[in-house]
Design a protein around this ligand. Structure first.
Ligand code: SAM
Length: 235
């Protein structure tokens, strides 16, 4: 079996056994995840594990999220195709690709320049062009591009970051993010109507920390030290 065919079969099995079996029902989300070649977003030595039911390391102490969590968070966004989306935590760019399949325009922010650059290259090689990747502290959002119809945060914040709250569209803006400490986090949905924000707690999850001004304090790791670059955009 040629490589592409092998991965296509594994992708079909992932959609069936990991997503549909666990209650992902939105056909647009299932279609998008049937199309995006997850093996391209992991390092070549791990490509045989790309469709495994787990997160995987992507370097810099970070992970590509488990397929089910990507599907669940995406389903909770209720994307219909016309939205402007802000994603915090580009990581490998896999979730970004799924968002590009389902929304009009995606702005993705990553604090680690090497991950941002790698993700930008992979996404561009796959032909995605409705996105901008920015390097910077996502806990501060992207005020110049606000408001956003949808915000998705793929790293855990200690509490709802104020700037993200205010960059949500006042007319029905929707945000999905994990909130909590390193051990206990819940996936939460925030919806905004004018100056009212409703918060709904969904399920326990475990994400890497959102490190930034409105997140957790940066540690002393090399990856974190290298991330203090100027704000850069990869389009
Ligand atoms: N969704 C990604 C994927 O599909 O590969 C996985 C994201 S990974 C679990 C979380 C990412 O958030 C990491 O790449 C990490 O560097 C990034 N991150 C943490 N704090 C951040 C911040 N303040 N701003 C932007 N990105 C941040």
């Amino acid at each position: 079996m040629v490589e592409d065919e092998k991965f296509r079969v594994l992708r079909g099995q992932m959609v069936e056994n990991q997503l549909i079996e666990r209650g992902i029902t939105n056909p647009r989300v299932l279609d998008a995840m049937s199309r995006v070649p997850r093996q391209e977003f992991v390092t070549p030595d791990l490509s045989h594990l790309a469709y495994r039911d787990s997160p995987l390391p992507i370097g810099e102490d970070q992970t590509i999220s488990q397929p089910y969590i990507v599907a669940l968070m995406t389903q909770l966004l209720y994307l219909s195709g016309h939205e402007r989306v802000l994603e915090i935590g580009t990581g490998s760019g896999y979730q970004t690709a799924v968002l590009c399949e389902l929304a009009a325009q995606v702005y993705s922010l990553e604090r680690l320049p090497r991950l941002a650059e790698r993700a930008a290259n992979v996404l561009s090689s796959l032909g995605y062009n409705n996105l901008e990747i920015h390097v910077g502290d996502g806990s501060q959002g992207l005020p110049d591009m606000a408001p956003f119809d949808v915000i998705i945060v793929t790293a855990a914040a200690p509490s709802l970051p104020g700037p993200l709250r205010s960059q949500l569209h006042p007319n029905g803006g929707r945000m999905v993010l994990p909130i909590g400490d390193e051990r206990n986090q819940y996936l939460e949905i925030v919806t905004r109507q004018d100056n009212r924000w409703e918060i709904e707690q969904m399920l326990p999850v475990r994400f890497v920390p959102l490190v930034g001004r409105y997140g957790f304090k940066a540690g002393e790791s090399k990856a974190e030290a290298d991330s203090d670059s100027d704000h850069t955009a990869y389009v």
